[in-house]
Write a protein that binds this ligand. Structure first.
Ligand code: PFF
Length: 466
């Protein structure tokens, strides 16, 4: 295995690759974005369409991405270039990965802002535990509106927002600068199992003490009339965000996978684990929220505002709240490292620089955008960078980064990936890499060639024009 700073490294084992890729996939997208999006988009219709998107679009695209990376054994744009070269196709296709690298950079910058909120809540719950001890719920004697006010209170404090954002980004930079095996892999191998354990505990707690049946009915009752173009675009955007697709993240991780890893099987494990955790997150959060009589459709405030109120009603509430946010922190960190790795790998390869230098440069850029994203909740709240586009007319800087990447970059990146893998790349090369046989192989190929690009294009057009 090569040392950090050299051109190419590998995961130390197949399970390290799986943990790192699951770590990239499972993050704020599952714990914060999925329940919020499901709640805002009407519950069951969104959830079932989301599952449909994961199976028919997400999984085939995931395999296409890791396959490109593994063949190229380099940064995402360079890997696409190598597949194109070996297929006698135009190297210009690498633009699909360059767009992805740029999108990963954009996502990183707002992802670390939310990572900062998680750190804030860890501090709040730790402080509460320290003050009130183990007995009773969290925030004893405080009015629920006070607890709900914690997030707007944080939003109103520009310098605290910036500080937390930069703190979270600094931790991410630290691990990525250390390299694949001693940095990123370490985070995944130690933090992901811890995350799973904590997560299981919270879910079981929610199932036994919360309003589980209402949550199940809410998440899994399919009401066809609610399936609008906008809901479909939101669901496909969420599927991509959650699986880290369309932004070169999985291509970059695939490049560190060894030749004997079966990519078809591994992609199935990654997508299965990610989807299971998103659904479990819904089944952990909604019972608690419903039991406390709170609304499901508050959007991004669900995890940060409603859930802490629910923790107030629970025995050991401050301890459970602290556990919960520590777990979300681990999940977020294993994702943010993958977001930083995609542009970093491109940069140190392209400019022949040392990994730590490239990490710092990309990190600095993300810090600048992150500061703007942090301030878009306070100082520059009225700044709508893409105000001239109707879809983003009222959208602040932070939400613009989120909306543009999930609703434009990710689906477009995925459409291009499907066309490239399904129509442009040499079939024999693809067959050697994908690890699929028989009907599975044929199904995957049909999905990548026909179903995914057409479905994505239709959803994109309907979603953007409705
Ligand atoms: N999949 C991550 C999550 O669900 O939180 C977010 C993400 C990570 C998106 C890496 C894209 C990416 F390349």
């Amino acid at each position: 295995m090569a040392a950090a700073g050299s051109r190419h490294e590998n995961w130390s084992s197949r399970s390290a690759f799986i943990l790192a890729a699951v770590g990239s996939a499972v993050g704020l997208g599952n714990m914060w974005r999925f329940p919020a999006e499901a709640g805002e988009n009407g519950g069951g219709a969104f959830v079932l369409f989301y599952i449909f998107c994961v199976l028919l679009i997400g999984l085939p695209v995931l395999l296409s991405e890791v396959l490109i990376g593994r063949h190229g054994q380099a940064s995402a744009p360079e890997s696409v270039r190598k597949v194109a070269r070996d297929s006698h196709a135009s190297e210009g296709w690498s633009v699909l990965a360059s767009l992805g690298v740029f999108a990963a950079f954009l996502i990183l910058s707002f992802y670390c802002v939310v990572g900062g909120w998680v750190v804030y809540y860890i501090a709040v719950f730790a402080g509460d535990l320290f003050q009130t001890g183990l007995t009773g719920g969290a925030f004893q004697g405080r009015d629920p509106s006070d607890i709900e006010g914690l997030l707007p209170g944080l939003f109103g404090n520009g310098s605290l927002m910036v500080g937390l954002n930069l703190g979270f980004l600094a931790v991410t930079i630290f691990f990525v600068a250390r390299g694949v095996s001693s940095g990123i892999e370490w985070v995944a191998v130690y933090l992901m199992p811890l995350f799973f354990l904590l997560f299981l505990g919270i879910t079981i707690y929610g199932a036994f003490t919360g309003n589980f049946s209402e949550a199940v009915a809410y998440l899994f009752t399919f009401d066809f009339s609610k399936l609008t173009g906008e809901v479909m675009l939101a669901a496909v955007g969420q599927a991509f965000f959650s699986l880290s697709l369309g932004v070169a993240g999985m291509m970059t991780y695939g490049a560190y996978a060894s030749r004997d890893t079966n990519l078809g099987e591994t992609s199935g494990i990654i997508a299965g684990a990610d989807t299971a955790i998103a659904l479990l997150a819904g089944l952990a959060i909604f019972p608690i929220v419903f039991a406390a009589g709170l609304s499901a459709s508050v959007g991004p405030g669900l995890m940060f505002q409603s859930l802490p109120i629910a923790f107030q009603a629970m025995p050991l509430g401050s301890l459970i709240g602290l556990f919960f946010f520590v777990m979300v922190f681990f999940a977020a960190l294993t994702s943010s490292v993958s977001l930083l790795e995609a542009p970093t790998a491109w940069m140190f390869e392209k400019f022949q620089m040392k990994r730590p230098t490239a990490t710092l440069i990309v990190g600095f850029g993300a810090a600048v955008l992150g500061v703007l994203a942090s301030l878009s909740f306070n100082e520059i709240a009225d700044f709508h960078p893409l105000g001239f586009i109707p879809l983003f007319a009222e959208t602040n800087f932070f939400d613009t980064l989120d909306g543009v990447t999930a609703k434009l970059f990710m689906p477009i990146g995925a459409i291009l990936t499907c066309i490239f893998v399904g129509w442009v790349a040499d079939v024999r090369l693809i067959d050697q890499e994908n690890g699929l046989d028989g009907w599975l192989h044929m199904t995957w190929r049909a999905l990548v060639r026909f179903v995914c690009p057409v479905a994505l294009a239709v959803i994109l057009v309907v979603g953007l024009t409705s």
